[in-house]
Design a protein around this ligand. Structure first.
Ligand SMILES: Cc1ncc(COP(=O)(O)OP(=O)(O)O)c(N)n1
Ligand SMILES: Cc1ncsc1CCOP(=O)(O)O
Ligand SMILES: [Mg+2]
Length: 228
């Protein structure tokens, strides 16, 4: 698909609704690619490979294996590591972009490094960070990852929890499509959608699921039912 700006990037509305962020430890004893394959069968619309313990080589191998498991069905991103994204792309893997946080490489330089066709996601959790994202040139960032909605042990250094009400307050000044993240369960999905989220991002809700396909289907149904 070709976007209005001539790039090959899809509209974020198409891939943000049910966004899986992987955690290698939480997936165990399943492999991450096996978990991802099951979750995509259940309807996950985007996958981000996140492994804070992996070095560059191991993260590259994991990203390439996940991309093979996804086989082009949904976008595949990597957390933090622009170099690993570029290496996977150079090796021929079907990978689509990178998600960076406030302490990672600056988003404008990331866009310059990855080019116009890659997806670039950015974390933002305060009005100041929303304002800074709004000031970036159009097309720099595709979407914002907004959280933590709830406290979560998956990311011990997460910013102060917003709560669904805090998330809703931020949405009134959202400069870009926003995916909600942090401790999200099926009960949160409809309220977050009504608050203006373009999607929900989950780690433990799918990585620790007994039946990841069924859990993905349940989350996606909650998203569809939550349409106001
Ligand atoms: C979709 C999405 N949103 C937010 C984050 C958090 O990114 P970051 O702030 O860089 O923190 P780490 O994930 O690197 O610990 C994310 N990864 N994905
Ligand atoms: C990566 C990230 N960024 C903010 S909270 C979080 C972790 C979310 O994990 P979980 O869905 O298990 O609470
Ligand atoms: Mg990061």
């Amino acid at each position: 698909m070709v976007a209005q700006d001539g790039s090959a990037r899809q509209s974020p509305a198409s891939y943000l609704p049910l966004y899986l962020v992987t955690d290698t430890v939480l997936c165990s004893p399943r492999s991450v690619p096996d978990l991802v394959a099951l979750a995509v069968e259940g309807g996950v619309t985007c996958v981000q490979v996140r492994d804070k313990r992996a070095g560059g080589r191991d993260l590259l191998d994991l990203l390439v294996a996940v991309a093979a498991a996804v086989d082009g069905r949904v976008p595949v991103l990597v957390d933090d590591r622009v170099d690993v994204y570029l290496a996977a792309l150079a090796g021929g893997a079907r990978v689509h972009g990178v998600h960076v946080g406030q302490s990672d490489l600056p988003a404008d330089l990331v866009r310059t490094m990855v080019g116009p066709d890659a997806v670039v996601g950015l974390s933002a959790a305060t009005p100041g960070q929303f304002g800074a994202a709004a000031d970036l040139p159009a097309g720099t960032v595709d979407y914002l990852g907004v959280g933590a909605v709830h406290a979560t042990t998956t990311k011990p250094d997460h910013p102060a929890p917003l709560g669904v009400d805090g998330f809703a307050g931020l949405m009134t000044s959202a400069p870009l499509p926003c995916v909600a993240i942090g401790g999200i369960t099926a009960d949160d999905v409809a309220p977050l959608r009504r608050a203006g989220a373009a999607g929900i991002a989950v780690v433990s809700a799918l990585c620790t699921a007994v039946d990841p396909s069924a859990s993905a289907r349940d989350l996606l149904r909650a998203w569809q039912d939550g349409r106001s």
